[in-house]
Design a protein around this ligand. Structure first.
Ligand code: GDP
Ligand code: MG
Length: 177
């Protein structure tokens, strides 16, 4: 029922970043369409999705950009980041390397975006606790030291996905108004 032209008070751009296969595209499809794919392809062919969100008496159209696989080659360009007011910085709690690489993604993000950009650190795949390589406490500590928000999510089980996107969108709204 959400048409492309639906009336909105604000249009926000936000970006998803993080290593390949951490679950960026599934977090976005869960948030925008309530869909999850076990066999998701690295390239999904679309670069962004929209969802309208009510904050107080305002309607915000959140335009969320997803990489179409460029992150594999660390070839994300400045245009991807341009104008982004928020970012979800995502790692996979079952692969420590994806957590280590957060520092690289964060410095790239900071190089390309404004200092006001709202950043939420997301440890995805919390449903896979038995294969966990990164403790929740480590995510929390990194977020505190970098001044980020932090959540663990599961796109598969739809845990904390709304909270991750909505906390970012709500915070952007606060920064702008
Ligand atoms: P992207 O490369 O970062 O966009 O990652 P994808 O969204 O394509 O997901 C990569 C793989 O991880 C796919 O096989 C997904 O089904 C799987 N995946 C994504 N999110 C979750 C999650 O929360 N839990 C589990 N168990 N698997 C997930
Ligand atoms: Mg993807």
């Amino acid at each position: 029922e959400e048409s492309y032209d639906e009336e909105c008070d604000y249009l926000f751009k936000a970006v998803l970043i993080g290593d390949s296969a951490v679950g960026k595209s599934n977090l976005l499809s869960r948030f925008s369409r309530d869909e999850f794919r076990l066999d998701s392809k690295p390239t999904i062919g679309v670069d962004f999705a929209y969802r309208n969100v009510r904050v107080g008496d305002k309607t915000i159209k959140a335009q969320i950009w997803d990489t179409a696989g460029q992150e594999r080659f660390r070839a994300i360009t400045s245009s991807y980041y341009r104008g982004a007011l928020g970012a979800l910085l995502i790692y996979d709690i079952t692969r420590r390397i994806t957590f280590k690489n957060i520092e690289k993604w964060l410095s790239e993000l900071r190089g390309f975006s404004s200092p006001d950009t709202v950043v939420v650190l997301v440890g995805n795949k919390s449903d896979l606790g038995q294969s966990r390589e990164v403790e929740e406490e480590e995510g929390k500590t990194l977020a505190e030291s970098e001044g980020l928000y932090f959540l663990e999510t599961s796109a598969l089980e739809n845990q904390n996905v709304e909270e991750a996107f909505l906390s970012m969108i709500g915070r952007i709204h606060e920064v702008l108004t």
